[in-house]
Design a binder for this molecule. Sequence first.
Ligand SMILES: Cc1cc2nc3c(=O)[nH]c(=O)nc-3n(C[C@H](O)[C@H](O)[C@H](O)COP(=O)(O)OP(=O)(O)OC[C@H]3O[C@@H](n4cnc5c(N)ncnc54)[C@H](O)[C@@H]3O)c2cc1C
Length: 405
Amino acid sequence: MASIAIIGAGAAGCFCAVQLSRHLGKSSRICVFETQKRPMAKLAITGGGRCNITNSFREINDIRTAYPRGSRLLKSAFAAFSPQQCRQWWEENGVELVEQDDCCIFPKSQNAMEVVDCLLQGMKRGGVQLFCGAKVLSIKADSDSGYLLETAGKTPAAEHFDYVVVTTGGGAIGLLKELELPIQKPVPSLFTLRIEGLGHLMGNILDNASLSLEGSKFRSQGILLFTDWGISGPACLKLSSYAARYLNENSYKATIQLNYLSRSEEELRAFVNKARCSHKQTGSLHPEGLSDKVWRHILGRCSINEQQPWAELGNKSCNRLINTLLCDSYPISGRAAFKSEFVTAGGVECSAVKAGTLEAKNLPRLYFAGEVLDIDGITGGFNLQAAWSTAFVVAQSICSAEKNT
Ligand SMILES: Cc1cc2nc3c(=O)[nH]c(=O)nc-3n(C[C@H](O)[C@H](O)[C@H](O)COP(=O)(O)OP(=O)(O)OC[C@H]3O[C@@H](n4cnc5c(N)ncnc54)[C@H](O)[C@@H]3O)c2cc1C
């Protein structure tokens, strides 16, 4: 009878446990250890309590744009368990899904607890043993084969398992130190940016802004939200994800360049030329896609009086205005934690595991799934999809290893 320990009852750990129990049945002992008092505490609050369970990937042509880190490993995980198969899995397991216009997929109930309960029921039916309040303190290779796990508050303190699956999520890498695995330093990803002096624009939205970091290759496009501390919204979160490591190395100090409308110089010049033929004041005629408040802010940035008639605006002012619309610069003074979605970049390096099985290259029967790997995505259901697919691969690998013994 094979014994399998899964460390961490999060999305990846519980999904892996369900899959293992279905395929191995009662011929194995599957134990899930969780530090916290209850399993899947984070999953329960994903997507603001609605759980953005996956994404249709309709708008993703290149997987690297969704996963700044780990896309290569994920490609092979998706070959085993694609987002499409994942949707089918949830539907077949009683969680009806709906796709939003923005390609994000949620349970039809809009309730993350439905996802949590589905996994809990699956584990219960499969006879999975769940130990909560049981922090795993160490993993040591056993002399024979398999591993000895030391768990807080559990007797006997050290227990043998034939297979160990590490699904401890982002940042929880202390446990892995003794195993001498290559680890990328965990740094935050998906955060909002602090920019002084934008508080008066709080609540205003740009529907299609482009952002870049001066002197770097990092750029993003999408909806941008002004907040009381700076900027947020998909364009900002995406940029923070692409530049997670770069920003960390630079202590979250950089200059952000903002193209307010993602329009070309020609398009903006055409608007300005037309406006100059009108009898309106600059403050009362602006390009589509900007609120009056943001427009007045932009005029202020170019020292243009909002009462000045368009017809009297000189070439120099027009050029200044066009340049500002195309590329306005703001110093970032830090990052602010985003309350509803947050992941960690970094973790066990993808090169440390075998792509087809997610087994550690130098430690047989030790597997990794979910955010503990150096894999992370932008917002939109991509992070949970990575957890489902990698957990599926691990379960499949252990099942086939068992069949061959
Ligand atoms: C507020 C918030 C909202 C989010 N919303 C979404 C969303 O809508 N869609 C999306 O795709 N992604 C979302 N994410 C990201 C997503 O939740 C994570 O990527 C995903 O949960 C990762 O799953 P995981 O199983 O790898 O790790 P986790 O879910 O973090 O689970 C790891 C578990 O391991 C336990 N653990 C750690 N160390 C030990 C130890 N030594 N012993 C025992 N147990 C241990 C932890 O307590 C934890 O329960 C959100 C994240 C946050 C914070």
